[in-house]
Ligand binder design. Sequence first.
Ligand code: NAD
Length: 341
Amino acid sequence: MVYRVPKRILLTGGAGYIGSHTYVALRQAGHDVVILDNFSNARRSVVARLEQITGAPVPVVEGDIRDNALLDRVFTDHRIDAVVHFAALKAVGESMAKPLDYFDVNIGGLTTLLRAMDRAGCRRIVFSSSATVYGVPDETPTPETAPFRAMNPYGQTKILGEEMLAWLAQSNPDWAIGVLRYFNPAGAHRSGLIGEDPADIPNNLMPFVAKVALGELDRIAVFGDDYDTPDGTGVRDYIHVEDLARGHVLSLGRLFETGQGHCVNLGTGRGYSVLEVIAAYKRACNRDLPHHITDRRPGDVPIYVASADKAAEVLGFRTEKGLDEMCASSWNWVSNIGETA
Ligand SMILES: NC(=O)c1ccc[n+]([C@@H]2O[C@H](COP(=O)([O-])OP(=O)(O)OC[C@H]3O[C@@H](n4cnc5c(N)ncnc54)[C@H](O)[C@@H]3O)[C@@H](O)[C@H]2O)c1
């Protein structure tokens, strides 16, 4: 079910990987959308690309979610009905080295944003959370009822963010909050104009594989092949970023329709191993993709797969795209345009 009444939505971090795809999905669903981004992890060229895809100017406010005065101006000028809050720092390893940066942006930024929303009387928000809140889960597929386990400062900020939002909802029933726990977003927009574009060596498997396919990196490091999984390599629940973007449209629709919050996993409910991803990417790019097995990474979990039942039940969300489409769209993006972005 897609909510049909057009609303004005603010996307914090809307120029980033998931935010830019969600921008397109929300515009296609008929909403007016404003992006707020400080471009700390996005290229300005994304805006022109979004204009090309949507055929209309893209309203962008350049600034920081920790800037009170700026947020007040945005809420006044644009009469925002709801926020989708993507803006955050997201690199697990970096969060171990610079925890205060992560608490500052992910928790300080969230608090500043929520205060500004409260002042403006805008109390509908969708929050980007992560499967990482489950740490090493006891159960797989992992249901939303699994306990929180922080494994690193990044994961801790997502847990704290969720808890803050839960207390806020309890304090005032006007708040309607959608918490979306993403599993492993992958792939790119079908146009090949937007996609994941990491500035450094990628943390995630698919952009790493993409760089090997492009010849920018020599070979893929596979961290461990002695896990208790069918081929010994780690298994993850990859979700196409266009499916993920659609999940946000449904989440917002549900908030507007019911005034009630929800917390759901967004995944496919099916896992793929590292070697399966490499094989699928080989099919997509038709190139050899050398890999080598190295030690396990500390803190890595053998299997991370979502229980996708609650998202289906509460949001009517079902994924439509599989691993081959994720690899093909990623390759289309990086080989056509990613290099010159
Ligand atoms: N990509 C994943 O694998 C993944 C998985 C689970 C959860 N998430 C969460 O989803 C959200 C979006 O992730 P993404 O992959 O699109 O990341 P991204 O880095 O591509 O996008 C985040 C955007 O926020 C902007 N930003 C960062 N700090 C800001 C600040 N202080 N003020 C304004 N803008 C700021 C960046 O410039 C960037 O455009 C994040 O909250 C992330 O933690 C991502």
